[in-house]
Structures are given as C-alpha cells and as structure tokens.
Design a protein around this ligand. Structure first.
Ligand code: AHR
Length: 525
C-alpha cells in the first residue's frame, strides 16, 4: 500500500491528488495511539567486512588514533549520540564462517584466519567477543549475536552462550573471567544463522527448520537470573530475503513449523533482509547521479512496505497474536562500489538521497510497529549505507547518521496515526508520494512529528491540525542539501547537517515550510 493511499485510508475519504503547489494538510490526533515503536528498529549491523570493524571501530590499543582499549574514541562518541539499541554482529555472511573461540584470549595468541566472503583478506581476530562487548559498553548498546549455523555446530554455539551468560564457575565462565569479565554478559538478541538460504549454507526451508529446532533447543541463556521479568533472550530465525514464491514459501515453512512447536524449542523473531538495489549486481552510483537515479532508488525503497505486508500476512495466519517479531535485520541502499575501492569491501558514498531513503524506511517500520519490532541498517561504519565513514584518523558523519540522530525521540515512542493526502512527485515514468509523515508520543511525553519532502525541487507547505493535545510551540531540526547527491566528505564534513526549524502555531494549528528533498523532525509542546 503506497503512502498516499495509506493517508487516504486513514482519512476514510477520497481526495483528489495534490499538485506540487498545494499545501499538505496533516491531521494528528494524539488521543488515538497505536503500537509502541520498538527502539530496536533503530538497530545497527557491524560485520567483519572491509573496514566495518578494522579501521572503522577497532584500531588497536597501540594506534596513534585516540582509542580506549583499541576502540576509536571519535566513533564511540558519535555512536553514543544515536542511542543505538542493539548491534548485530559478527555478520552477515561472515557469521556462518566465524568461530568465536578464535576471537578470545590474549591477542598475540589468537588464530589468524581468512575472510573468504569479503575480499579474502586476513582476519586477525583481534576484535573478538570481549572487544565487541567492550565496544557495546562504550556506546551504550546491547548485543544481537548471530551464531554460526552454516559451518559451525550446535555445541559450538551453545558453548559461546555459556561463555557469555553463565554465572556459575563453569570452565567457560572462568575463562571469561580470566579474559577480564567475571560478571556474565547479557545477550538479549540471538540470530540463529544468517541467510541460510544462500551464503549461510544454501539450505531448503525444511532443512533450515530442522536446524532451527536444534539450535533453538540447545543454544540457551544459561543464566536463570537473566530470565526474570521481561529479561530474556529473543531468538530470531532466518526469514525471507524478498518477494515471490521462493520467499513466501520460506516464511510459510518456518511459521508453520513454529505453530506446531513443542515445549522444547521456541523462537521469538523471524528475520527479513531487503536491500534497495534496483539492479543486481549493484550498479547505481552512490554519488555523481541525477534525478532519474534519485527517483528510481526511492521508488524501489518504498517496496519495503509491501514486502512487510506480504510476510506479515503469512505470519498473521500462524501467529494472530503477533508473538513473533518481524526483524528486518539487514536493510539499506546497496550501490556500486566506489571506483578504486576493493569491491569486496562494499564501500559507497552516502548522500542526501540516503537520508530521505532512511526516513522513508523508518516511517514504514513505524507504521508496521505491531509486527516489525526490530531492524538493523546495513551497516554501521564504512560499509554500505553507513552512519560513519573513516579514513585513518579522519572521520565523517553521513546524512543517514543525522536522520538516525533526529529520530532518537521515536525510540520506544507510541505511534500516533497521521492522516494526509501525500500528493505526488513525478520524474519521467516514476511517480512517488510527494511527502511522508509519522507522529508518535515520545517517552519524554512530547508529541513528535517527522515529515519527509521527497520532491527534490519544490518546498512543501505543511499545515498540521493537532487534536488530543494543545499545541503551543513546535520546533526541531531539518536536514536538506544543495543537491540530491550532496555528501559529507572528509574535506567538507558539514555540507549536509541538520539545521533548526520551527513551525508557527495559531489556534493549535501548526504551519511550516519544509525544503525540497528534506527530512524534518519536530516536537510539539
Ligand atoms: O551486508 C552485506 C551482506 O549482505 C551480508 O553479509 C549478507 O547477509 C547479505 O547478503
């Protein structure tokens, strides 16, 4: 369902499509609340891939780049501001070749291995389990571990979890203590394999279901104290990777298998991967593109809505109470590698187009908040649609970073329906909803509104009728850029940065004009 349609259905009336000059009328009724927008939809993904970990997060304790126990201070400070709820690690495809024991203990005694998925480079294993947990402690986040189903064993994965969670003095818990962490770690999110239909082992849905039952049985949280109240480990099964019968069959098989599950195994989430790519292998340039590529990429990204609807409908058949979360644990734009970069490192630029793309996807997740309770953008640093790019000691924050920062108030906020006629923006044979908007009641008690103007030429005048709260002021930040492919570079890091914006408020109604190709987040008080 397109966003324009979504707006009309909420209104319950048919309205003629808006033209570019029309004011967009938004109605927000704060007394009508929906599902909680789980903070975990703002999750991140950090794989051992290119400079995603080495150089991007980990520089080692002896580096001249300022670091704390080997972890870059500048990257940590930037990520802290995003309140990253969870980080999915160590992959991706890498996860199904990762053997966790090679990444623990004294650094100089660790195995040096290879990373055949991503450029065949040497994997020094100097960033391992304890370094990952240290990194999470520094940024204030939680682990979403992907265990190795493809080339590992249930025993290896179970021992990893014992190393992490056991409180009693087992040999593995003592090993953890000897490695500097006497207290058990918590593992709130556990991925059982990655893309097991492809790089994770080319399994059929039935074969994977058998593996899932074994892993979900034996790979436990070994710490009863971590299972009290709401605290438990959410197990996420491998889910679909697209649309069409192959993928709906996958979702059917896993959900049907779960519906008939016995006391001895269970799962709490089903993953879904969906990249915005248009053409495979990725061919669209991440910088130096024009309006055609802007409109085509954004059209493609909006398919996320239908994809979620399709797989949610299957999940509803087997799980009408929505116990199982849909976790979109890999999403984002995947472009052609930057010229001159190692193609196995998935290096791409990040432009204002990506900021708009990120906001549109976050809005889709928020509208499906009753089922989508986790998502992880790919990836965190230096890889694909990254938050942060680094080059040796230099660091730059991307337009996508700023969208995640502006959306922090939506973490664990309560969805508030917004009705509007989005109008349309057309380029060639591509027509898109011109604006998009979501609203939510934040944990801070404020009403928050996010408005995206997709049109790269026309500003949009927005009028917001607010019911359910009395609006006195509305202010926040807006992110736009000179061109659709404007980026932040090491030389010019502030080309795309948020600027303050406020709406005029009269008789409880807000009015503001948002710039072309912009993302705006406001609080209404
Ligand atoms: O994010 C890059 C890769 O994309 C991941 O390793 C894999 O899971 C997916 O195919």
């Amino acid at each position: 369902m397109g966003m324009a349609l979504a707006g009309l259905i909420l209104l319950g009336v048919a309205a003629p499509p808006a033209t570019a000059d029309d004011t967009v009328e938004l109605s927000v009724d704060a007394s009508k609340t929906g599902a909680k927008i789980d903070r975990n939809i703002f999750g991140q993904f950090a794989e051992h891939l290119g400079h995603g970990i080495y150089g991007g997060i980990w520089v080692g304790p002896d580096s001249k780049i300022p670091n704390t126990r080997g972890i870059r201070n500048d990257v940590v400070a930037a990520l802290k501001a995003l309140k990253v709820p969870n980080v999915r690690w160590p992959g991706g495809c890498f996860a199904d070749e990762y053997h966790w024991r090679q990444g623990i203990g004294p650094a100089d005694q660790r195995a040096v291995t290879l990373n055949p998925n991503w450029g065949g480079v040497v994997e020094p294993n100097t960033f391992g389990v304890d370094e990952f947990m240290d990194f999470l402690g520094q940024i204030g986040s939680e682990p979403y571990l992907s265990v190795n189903v493809g080339s590992g064993t249930p025993r290896e994965a179970a021992e990893w979890l014992e190393y992490m969670t056991a409180a009693q003095p087992t040999t593995l818990a003592q090993e953890r203590a000897a490695n500097g962490h006497p207290d058990p770690y918590e593992v709130p999110y556990l991925g059982i394999g990655n893309e097991s239909w492809d790089c994770g082992g080319n399994m059929s849905p039935d074969y994977y279901l058998s593996q899932l039952k074994i892993y979900a049985r034996f790979v436990r949280n070994f710490n009863p104290a971590q299972q009290e109240g709401d605290r438990r480990m959410l197990r996420v099964a491998v889910g679909p990777g697209g649309d069409g019968p192959r993928w709906t069959d996958w979702t059917e098989t896993i959900m049907k298998g779960w519906q008939g599950h016995s006391w001895s195994w269970d799962m709490e989430g089903l993953s879904m991967h969906s990249y915005t790519v248009v053409q495979w292998p990725p061919a669209y340039a991440s910088v130096g593109f024009g309006e055609r590529e802007y409109s085509e990429i954004l059209k493609s990204t909006l398919d996320m809505d239908q994809l979620i609807a399709t797989h949610s409908a299957i999940m509803d058949k087997y799980d009408p109470d929505k116990k199982i979360a849909l976790v979109v644990d890999e999403w984002g734009a995947w472009y052609a590698p930057l010229p001159g970069s190692n193609p196995g490192f998935l290096v791409q630029q990040n432009s204002q187009r990506d900021a708009v793309l990120a906001a549109l996807n976050l809005n889709i997740f928020a509208r499906h908040a009753d089922r989508v309770r986790g998502a992880n953008i790919a990836q965190m640093v230096n890889v694909l649609q990254a938050m942060i790019m680094t080059d040796e000691a230099k660091m730059v924050l991307t337009p996508t970073y700023y969208v995640f920062k502006m959306y922090v108030p939506f973490q664990d906020a309560t969805f508030v329906p917004v009705s509007f006629d989005a109008g349309s923006y057309t380029y060639g044979d591509v027509t898109l909803p011109r604006v998009d908007a979501i609203a939510a009641k934040g944990m801070d008690g404020k009403l928050w509104l996010a408005v995206t103007n997709v049109d790269p030429h026309q500003p949009a005048t927005i009028e917001v009728g607010v019911a359910g709260v009395t609006a006195h002021t509305a202010s926040g930040e807006t992110l736009t850029a000179p061109k659709v492919d404007s980026v932040n570079s090491f030389e010019a890091p502030d080309t795309v940065v948020p600027k303050p914006i406020s709406a005029s408020v009269q008789d409880g109604k807000l009015a503001l004009t948002v710039a072309p190709k912009s993302v705006t987040v406001l609080s209404v008080e």
